[in-house]
Structures are given as structure tokens and as C-alpha cells.
Design a protein around this ligand. Structure first.
Ligand code: M6R
Length: 369
């Protein structure tokens, strides 16, 4: 069933435009407004909640972190992201005014299931984002928004991640519509941006060979760092996780602003560092700060691979390699910036002769706590 692909992971990476498009389908109306039919009947709940807690593990938790920025921006509800296992055993503050959103590709992750059950016992309303019809977590939840990524076989999550992030955007816009925290015009603008993403992912995928070549050149690398800020921060964590899982090398993601609070001590000549550069169209200040981070690490000999939007020339004097992503509204950039990190990890693992679909010690779905 791999078709002509060398691995399920390669196939699933290539399916990401469809994963996003299928998750959007039937949830943006002809009027351009977002309406998720599965959430019908929950208007009163969305108007009444005072906070949102997202629970998830691994890659799904990074999708949750991206979702936090978008949901807070659009609904002005405070959103917290908790690892399911940390949430469950930390006596968390949850009550009837808390909406607990779980995210799980498999819908069977025991840590997340236990967090959902616990939240329900405490009186919270539970909503799950899940890729597997009829799985345990959606069955235990008050409501479910399915992602339509299609079956994900490779242990390392790729297309499920972009579908989860898409579902969170839809959830945020749906709640904003119900609460009136965005105007109809703002909702239709954001919805149109989201609808344009699948084609843009296709443009990033077209750079597969350049990223693969980079990975092959770097196949004896022993450590890779990732920096990102704001919505780029969870992408730095996700890029690092992929590399650990697939290529078994040390990789760490940092919030770029943390650099001078410690991680910069790790920079020595030749250290590869991926930097997810935020769009200057979002915040010029943030962009300038990340460019200055790049200068700082470059001055210490880092080998900088920048993931930056087309036309961002500020990175050119300092980056050894620039991977371009098409222009998108800044909140949606994670759906584009994550792609090169997935390809890089897969290709580096392949260059080392490793099995990218079945990395050692890992299971596709973790059904024990
Ligand atoms: O099925 P789930 O989404 O609940 O799985 C959560 C994590 O175990 C999963 O995302 C894991 O981190 C992946 N192997 C990442 O590639």
C-alpha cells in the first residue's frame, strides 16, 4: 500500500495537502464562515466557558501549542496546553467552566484517555480532536472533531499533525463565531487563508530534493538544535522530536528568546541549528529579534539552516542555507514550516540506513500509562 513510495512516512508526508483540505471540507461554508457541524448544540457551552485546557502527548501536544496561539488570538479565552500525564497527576484546576480539548491521532493513547476521564470526573466538558473514527478517546468525550488525514501508518506522525493543527484553527474560528470575538469579516479572511494552505504545502513539498540533499550532507551529525519563536516555537520542538525518533541523534528545540538564557553555551563551530524565522508581516520586532539570534549563533560558528518566508532577505547574509516557504498569514505558518523539518528527519534517517517507518523502541500507539 506504499504505492511507489520508499516508505509510509514518505507517502504520508506527500499526502499533507489532502490531510489539510479534507479536514477543512464541509466546515467552511459558501459564505466563507467557519461552521463545524459536529459542534452544533454546543453554543451555550462555548459562550459559558472561561478557559480551555488542551491535553495531549508528543507531536499532538505540539499541535496543541500551535492551537493555543490561534485560539487565544481569536477567542481571547485563556488556553493552557498540558501533557496528558502531567495534567492527570498534578491536581489540576478544572471545573464546569473549563473546556478540556484532547488531541490524539490514534484516539487510544492511555495517558490522554486518563486525562480526559479525569477532567470529566471533575465536571469539565471534554472535546476530542481525533483521526480514528470510533476510537476510545472520542467515545469518552462530550464532543469530537475528527481530523481527516486518513490512516497514518508510519510511527512518526506527520500528516496527522497538520490535520490536528487545522482542526484547532477551525475550532478557534468556530468558537470565535459563537462568542462574537471576531467579526464575520475577520473569520472569512482567516478561513480563506486556511483554504489556501494545501496548495502552499505543495510548494514546500516541491523542495524535497534540496532538503534531502542537506540531510545527506549532514548524515554524520551528532546533534541538531532548533530555534523558533511564537508559533515557530512548537515547530522547533516538533522538528527536534522527529530527528530523535527517526535518526536517533540528539536534537533539542528552544524558544529563540531563551537562547541567551542558557542554550547559546551549546553553540560551537559547526553546530547545525535550524531556525524557524517568523514573518516580519506578523511582528517586525519578533522578526528582528530572531534575525539577531541568527547573527549571534553564526558569530559563534553555528551552521544555520533558516526556514523563512519568500522575500525575507534579512536572513541571507547569515544563513548557510535558506529553505523558503510561501507567504501565509503568520498564525498559519506552522503548517508550512513544519514540512522541511519532517523531510530533513526522514532523509537523515534514510541516509543512516535506518527504518523510518518503524523506529526502534517506539509503538504507533501507546496504550499503557
Ligand atoms: O495517537 P496520539 O496522537 O495520541 O499519539 C501521541 C504521541 O504518542 C505521538 O504523537 C508521538 O509523539 C509520535 N510518535 C510523534 O511522531
Amino acid at each position: 500500500e506504499k504505492g511507489g513510495w520508499s516508505s509510509f512516512m514518505a507517502k504520508e508526508i506527500s499526502e499533507q495537502p489532502d490531510a489539510v483540505a479534507n479536514t477543512i471540507r464541509a466546515r467552511i461554508g459558501d459564505d466563507g464562515l467557519v461552521h463545524v457541524p459536529e459542534l452544533d448544540g454546543l453554543d451555550e457551552l462555548f459562550r459559558g466557558v472561561s478557559r480551555v485546557v488542551i491535553v495531549a502527548c508528543g507531536t499532538a501536544s505540539y499541535a496543541g501549542m500551535v492551537g493555543k496561539y490561534a485560539i487565544e488570538a481569536w477567542t481571547r479565552l485563556p488556553v493552557e496546553v498540558a501533557l496528558s500525564h502531567e495534567f492527570r497527576y498534578s491536581d489540576p484546576v478544572v471545573d464546569a467552566s473549563t473546556l478540556v480539548v484532547s488531541i490524539s491521532q490514534s484516539g487510544e493513547t492511555m495517558d490522554t484517555l486518563m486525562a480526559v476521564k479525569y477532567a470529566a470526573e471533575r465536571g469539565a466538558k471534554t472535546l476530542s480532536i481525533c483521526n480514528t473514527q470510533g476510537a476510545t478517546i472520542p467515545r469518552e468525550s462530550d464532543a469530537v472533531v475528527y481530523t481527516h488525514a486518513g490512516p497514518e501508518v508510519a510511527v512518526a506522525s506527520t500528516k496527522a499533525f497538520v490535520a490536528q493543527v487545522t482542526a484547532l484553527y477551525l475550532l478557534g474560528l468556530h468558537i470565535a463565531n459563537v462568542r462574537g470575538s471576531l467579526t464575520s469579516e475577520q473569520i472569512t479572511e482567516n478561513a480563506a487563508e486556511l483554504q489556501a494552505i494545501p496548495e502552499k504545502i505543495g510548494e514546500v513539498l516541491a523542495q524535497h530534493d534540496e532538503v534531502a540533499q542537506l540531510a545527506h550532507w549532514m548524515s554524520d551529525t551528532r546533534s541538531v538544535l532548533f530555534l523558533g519563536r511564537n508559533v515557530g516555537y512548537p515547530i522547533s520542538l516538533e522538528g527536534a522530536l522527529k530527528l530523535k525518533e527517526l535518526a536517533y541523534i540528539h536534537a533539542e528545540g528552544f524558544a529563540a528568546g531563551e537562547l541567551k538564557h542558557g542554550p547559546i553555551a551549546l553553540i560551537e563551530p559547526g553546530q547545525p541549528v535550524f531556525v524557524v524565522v517568523p514573518s516580519p508581516r506578523g511582528s517586525q520586532t519578533m522578526h528582528a529579534k530572531v534575525v539577531s539570534n541568527i547573527q549571534e549563533i553564526r558569530a559563534r560558528g553555528a551552521r544555520v539552516i533558516a526556514i523563512a518566508e519568500e522575500g525575507d532577505v534579512a536572513v541571507l547574509p547569515y544563513a548557510d542555507t535558506v529553505v523558503r516557504v510561501p507567504l501565509a498569514a503568520p498564525l498559519f505558518e506552522p503548517l508550512l514550516c513544519v514540512i522541511p523539518t519532517q523531510i530533513f528527519a526522514m532523509e537523515l534517517a534514510s541516509a543512516k540506513g535506518l527504518d523510518v517507518d518503524q523506529p526502534r523502541n517506539l509503538a504507533k500507539s501507546v496504550t499503557v500509562e
